[in-house]
Design a protein around this ligand. Structure first.
Ligand code: ADE
Length: 224
């Protein structure tokens, strides 16, 4: 059974290219996951298809209306599904969280826009709030894309080689080692000798040392 993901957004076309390309596009074509992107305006009831309004109490910006969002979630949700709101004030996305979400049956991702969404949505029809980092995007649609991409990599079969998951940054809490490909000599720069030696044990050792070195330089917090 593929993982089913419904994305509810005001900007569905933002995801067209993203879902069609590369590893994710292939994963969808191969049936490892099924993503359907829904325009929240489908559930807007007034004749202007409004999805937002000014905040009670004053202040800048617009707030997403409860009616269309409740109606959308109530229509697409299934028993046991995880209803997620993408927001900079959510819990930070981590590899562990991406892995956990990749093992669910059905995710509903709500992408907010403008200054936020009516709190009653968060209180009643959202199970989990997730942030993709400490910066603010103009809307949550890209955040939903990032979440889908990060979790899809954990679905068996999506990455061609299972191996590429085991070595990479963050599954091991160390940053990656440097990679080289042909030619062995390029504009006077040569590939480290050890990588051409065929000695796999020594190559492993060298790579691990480079990982520790890079992590110490760039992300010393990961070594603690
Ligand atoms: N929407 C806007 N910024 C966001 C962020 N950093 N993470 C998740 N959703 C967002």
């Amino acid at each position: 059974m593929p993982l089913i993901i419904d994305v509810l957004t005001l900007f569905p076309r933002m995801l067209d290219g993203f879902l069609a390309e590369s590893i994710l596009g292939k994963g969808i074509a191969a049936g490892h996951l099924a993503v359907s992107v829904r325009d929240l305006r489908e559930w807007a009831t007034d004749k202007h298809r409004r999805a937002d309004d000014r905040p009670f109490g004053g202040g800048a910006g617009m707030v997403m209306l409860p009616e269309p969002v409740f109606a959308a979630i109530e229509q697409v949700q299934t028993p046991g599904c995880r209803r997620i709101y993408l927001t900079p004030d959510g819990v930070p996305l981590s590899p562990a969280l991406a892995l956990e979400l990749s093992q669910q049956k059905h995710l509903v991702l709500l992408s907010g826009h403008y200054e936020g969404i009516d709190q009653r949505i968060r209180d009643k029809v959202i199970d989990q709030e997730i942030s993709i980092g400490d910066y603010v995007l103009t809307n949550g649609t890209l955040a939903a894309a990032v979440l889908i991409d990060a979790l899809a990599r954990f679905i068996p079969g999506v990455l061609g080689e299972e191996k590429s998951l085991t070595h990479e940054s963050f599954t091991s809490k160390l940053l990656d080692f440097p990679q080289y490909t042909r030619p062995a000599e390029f504009r006077g720069m040569s590939v480290p000798e050890i990588l051409l030696s065929g000695n796999h044990a020594e190559i492993e050792k060298w790579r691990h040392a480079r990982q520790v070195e890079k992590t110490r330089q760039v992300r010393p917090d990961l070594l603690k």
